[in-house]
Each structure stands twice: as structure tokens, then as C-alpha cells.
Design a protein around this ligand. Sequence first.
Ligand SMILES: Nc1ncnc2c1[nH]c(=O)n2[C@H]1C[C@H](O)[C@@H](COP(=O)(O)OP(=O)(O)OP(=O)(O)O)O1
Length: 171
Amino acid sequence: MIEATLCFPLRDLESGTEVLLIEKRRGLGEGWYNGPGGKLETGETPRECAVRETREEVGLEVDPRDLEKAAELTFLLDGAIHTFCHVYRTTQFAGEPRESPEARPEWVDVDDVPYEQMWEDDQLWLPHVLAGETVAGEFQFEGGKPLDEAAFVDHDIERGVSFDGAARANE
Ligand SMILES: Nc1ncnc2c1[nH]c(=O)n2[C@H]1C[C@H](O)[C@@H](COP(=O)(O)OP(=O)(O)OP(=O)(O)O)O1
């Protein structure tokens, strides 16, 4: 099982709230929009991974204490867990987004997120994350292909979950 993260930086403007998305340039989900993120490296906590991936992919500096846990997503492929993903949001960060070999960053109004150019499951959980809620979700893919080519067939979502337990403080 792969353990991964996603991070959604948010900023408030007079015109409304924007989220920093990336257009993924390589790897899983290439060509689609997502948040900055990726797989945990050995010995890394999920927060450390989210901080590192956000720095590597778009050049923003985030303090792990400023990451708010927003979701836990389980992606299953042909009945087996493929990826467990920790999702964070933050309004605190330093720097200006810049392009990297992995990602092209773009600020997008939270009411104008391009769900048609994203993983099909994103439209089911990301609106809640962007609205400040917490979500636990399970998403099933089938077809014996790489996850981003498999068919999205079913899902189960719980909203308003708690991620505050002491044992999960670092997640
Ligand atoms: N179904 C779905 N919806 C939304 N987001 C995702 C999925 N499946 C996923 O895997 N993801 C997310 C979770 C991760 O943030 C990325 C995939 O990580 P990846 O780019 O493979 O990881 P990196 O560590 O950056 O990649 P390399 O360094 O190995 O190139 O997608």
C-alpha cells in the first residue's frame, strides 16, 4: 500500500477564496489538476511529506503546525487498497508559487475548480475540504490498469469526522 499526501493552500482575496492547484506534469494523474502532494518517503510523517512535496512542487514554505488535517482517502484498485492519502489545507505559507518539473501551479477560485480535469473522485470530497469540513472517503477503481486509467466504480464518504486523537497528532 502506498501512503501519500495532498495539500491545499488557500488565500482570501476581496473577490473570494482561492485554492492553489497544480497541473501535474508527470507520474500518476499526469495532465490533471490536483493539490501539491505525493508519496511518503521512508521515515517521513504525513505532515513532513506534505511540507516537502509542497516545497518541491510549487516552492511554497509551510510550517507543519499550520497544516489542518481535512481528509483521509482510501483508494482501492480491484478490491485491494492501492493508496491511503492524508489531505491537508492551510492558509499559512510563505513564498510565491513557481513551476517545477512536476507541476504548474495555478490559483483557482474555490467556486471555479476544474473538476472535469481532475480525478473523477475529487468532485465528491474536495468541495467539502475547501468548505472547511472534514471527510473520510473510500473510492473503488477497477480494471486491472494503473489507478489513473482504471474505472471509478463506487465510493463511500463520511463527513464531519474527527482527526484530533492524540495518536494521530502528527498525521
Ligand atoms: N484518486 C485520486 N484522487 C485524487 N488524488 C489522488 C488519487 N489517487 C492518487 O494517488 N492521488 C494523489 C495522491 C498523491 O498526492 C498523488 C500521487 O503521488 P505521486 O505523484 O505518484 O507521488 P510523488 O512522490 O510526487 O511521485 P514521484 O516522486 O514518484 O514521481 O496523487
